[in-house]
Structures are given as C-alpha cells and as structure tokens.
Design a protein around this ligand. Sequence first.
Ligand code: SF4
Length: 84
Amino acid sequence: MANIEMKHPKNVEGRFFCTDPDDENGEGCIACNVCYNGAPDFFAEDEDGNAYVQKQPTTEDEIELCIEQLEACPVSSIGDKEDM
Ligand code: SF4
C-alpha cells in the first residue's frame, strides 16, 4: 500500500496521491509510465519521470480511471485516501 507519509511533493491535495521514489517501504514510484500514459489529465511526470497527481478526479468516470491506474501500478505507489 502506498505510504501516505512519503507523498511526492508535487501532488495536488486530494483523494489520490503518488509516493516518492525513495519510499522506505520500497513501494515508491519507479517511473514506469503507466499512470501518466493511462490517465494524463490526472497524473504527470516530474523531471525524473516519477509520477505525481496533477489534478484530482471529480466525476465517477474520472475516479474510475484513476482507480484503474492505482490497480495497474506495478509497485503500489498510488494511494487512495478513501481506501486506507
Ligand atoms: S504507475 Fe506507479 S510506478 Fe508507474 S509511473 Fe505511475 S506511480 Fe510510478
């Protein structure tokens, strides 16, 4: 599970977040491209290719799209505060 104490500093505040690459649980972002390619309106990459949430979803479809990225992340680096 994504460590809420290790959030990427560029995340916008809200329900979803990405964790920093040096997450002490070893579940930090590995810059695999999945989330920001799959949902580019909501996830973006920093200068190192690591992901952060740039916009929070509001509609049911948008939320579902973000949950799909969370489930697809290979290192559980995306967190959902409503599922913690
Ligand atoms: S899917 Fe996970 S590991 Fe891949 S870029 Fe997004 S947060 Fe990082």
